[in-house]
Design a protein around this ligand. Structure first.
Ligand code: ACO
Length: 516
């Protein structure tokens, strides 16, 4: 049906226009004011000579943009254009092939509009909502490319190597903010001021306290063998959630849902690390009340007040992994929340989704590869052998990012800042791996992903390998619960359809087949 729609019906008009000599800050204001992601650049005769996007600005900012830079040096010249009468199917094909996100639309050679991929996605999304009972016609494997909800929590833009939380660049948040500030942003929707932050920290600190009777109930769980920290967290957090007497989100106020979200996110590290230490035979450790989330995490793990540098490094990792678009566990949490279930049920379901190796299951594998390599001189041979045997290099490649994963870029910095032989070794192995991938897998656009340096950072600050995924789970709770609150606030039961591919129905039962 989308194919029958013309570009004219979907394009944004009037289009936003920039001039070649306009400065970068002027352009930023223009795009911001018009709330669009791209402008067409016109010459003095109003002919389209280029297109300039937010992405171009971001890239330029990343390389230390001179504010005087004119638009003509940022723009993509001679852009591919559409005509207003083109069917949307043509536009879709161009978007797909070239990975563009915006296309100028012309009529008799004059600019009349701008078509964004978002315009098409929105229509495809609306068209897919059929009346109950009518038969769906497509089911893309893994729902790839299907928009299943609207969200204001955040987004991932894989082609640009950019992801954000509520519009703020997540890597900038990780560079400049504390865990609690970003957590507040995700949960409440705004960055807190000083007073709001102090109140939020205090609520989180109080929520870390586990009632003694609940602690006692958790004890036997630590004797389960084999002990798997993530399963232990899932089981124990379920128990804690029950003890909080959470009400179904359907029957709760917005504040009650947010309160449950805050409590579960705050208490998860306590539950996880108490279990972990108890299983190892270590006495329970408490966190000093003045410590923030990340430093408290390390004290709960080791029993010692951490060095500020270690706590800050972990904090940056935790901020970078709080949320990442509509991933499988976030979707799971939202589906459960859409039934009106309580926040605990949604979070426990999300933990189950995260436990699969295709999602959060194995961030220690990249570190295992470093161990296998052992010394820099062996890197080339080991990595070549792995690829030639059909194996994948752990910590490289990503389904969404087809350029540098912004999390890996910052974590590389964090690892090198922490210092140590392993970080330096990892850097050498990374350089070799990228060269080998370029050589043996040309054109596949394989870059370092979050896992490569995440392992190095966590290892350096003292998080054991079997705690990598559970640590990730703790930070992701902030994202899951923000998504749950959003779902609860604008809820509609998520109930998609499937395409039946079994034997034609109805089938007659075999003659004489009766109850046995
Ligand atoms: N090493 C070697 N080759 C690779 C790698 C890799 N890490 N990743 C992809 N390729 C190759 C594939 O072999 C394939 O080559 P071919 O065209 O010769 O068959 C090509 O690149 C495309 O592979 P796809 O499977 O289509 O890529 P996809 O985007 O689906 O894969 C994935 C993404 C699963 C992350 C993949 O890159 C991978 O397995 N990486 C290693 C494991 C890893 O680091 N996982 C953590 C990801 S980060 C996260 O999810 C939080």
């Amino acid at each position: 049906m989308t194919a029958a729609v013309s570009v004219r019906e979907l394009m944004h008009q009037p289009p936003v226009v920039a001039r070649p000599q306009m400065s970068a800050p002027e352009l930023a204001r223009l795009l911001d004011g018009a709330k669009v992601g791209a402008a067409a650049v016109l010459d003095p005769d109003d002919r389209v000579i280029g297109i300039v996007t937010e992405r171009d600005l971001l890239r330029a900012l990343g390389t230390g943009l001179d504010p005087a830079t004119p638009v003509e040096t940022l723009m993509s010249p001679s852009p591919v254009t559409l005509t207003a009468d083109n069917p949307v199917a043509i536009a879709l094909e161009i978007f797909r092939q070239h990975h563009f996100r915006h296309l100028p639309v012309l009529e008799r050679g004059r600019l009349v509009g701008m078509l964004s991929i978002r315009h098409i996605v929105r229509v495809a999304h609306i068209e897919d909502v059929r009346p109950a009972g009518s038969a769906p016609t497509v089911a893309p494997p893994g729902l790839e490319g299907v928009a299943v909800a609207e969200t204001a929590v955040g987004d991932v833009r894989g082609e640009e190597g950019f992801f954000h939380y509520r519009g703020y660049d997540a890597t900038e948040l990780a560079r400049r903010c504390s865990f609690e500030q970003v957590w507040h942003l995700l949960l409440i929707g705004e960055l807190p001021d000083q007073a709001q932050l102090a109140a939020f920290r205090e609520r989180a600190r109080v929520a870390r306290e586990l009632a003694p009777e609940v602690s006692d109930l958790l004890q036997p769980l630590t004797r389960v063998e084999p002990f798997a920290p993530l399963s232990a967290l899932r089981t124990a957090l379920s128990l804690v959630a029950s003890s909080l007497g959470l009400r179904p989100t359907l029957d709760s106020t917005r504040e009650e849902v947010m309160d449950a979200a805050l409590r579960l996110t705050a208490v998860a590290p306590v539950v996880l690390l108490r279990q972990y230490r108890a299983h190892r035979g270590d006495p329970p450790a408490d966190a000093d009340p003045d410590l923030g989330y990340a430093a408290a995490y390390l004290q709960l793990l080791t029993g010692r007040r951490p060095e500020p540098e270690a706590a800050r490094a972990l904090e940056q990792y935790l901020i970078l992994t709080m949320d990442h678009g509509f991933n499988a566990s976030t979707f799971t949490a939202r589906v459960i929340a859409s039934t009106g279930a309580d926040v605990g049920a949604a979070v426990i379901g999300a933990l189950g989704a995260l436990s699969g190796p295709l999602h959060g299951g194995a961030p220690s594998r990249a570190l295992d590869t470093l161990d296998t390599i052992g010394t820099p001189d062996r890197a080339e041979q080991v990595l070549r052998d792995q690829i030639e045997h059909g194996d994948r290099l752990m910590g490289f490649g990503h389904r969404v990012y087809k350029t540098d994963d912004p999390r890996s870029t910052l974590l590389r910095e964090v690892a090198l800042r922490l210092g140590g032989d392993q970080a330096e070794f990892a850097r050498q192995v990374e350089a070799t791996a990228l060269r080998v991938l370029q050589d043996l897998k040309p054109g596949r656009r394989l870059y370092t992903n979050v896992e490569f340096y995440a392992g190095v950072v966590m290892n350096t600050v003292g998080v054991p390998r079997d705690m990598f995924t559970p640590t990730f789970a703790c930070s992701r709770l902030a994202g899951w619960t923000a998504a749950v609150c959003e779902q609860a606030q604008h809820n509609r039961l998520i109930r998609p359809s499937a395409i039946y591919v079994g034997p034609p129905a109805p089938r007659p039962l075999p003659p004489g087949y009766t109850a046995a």
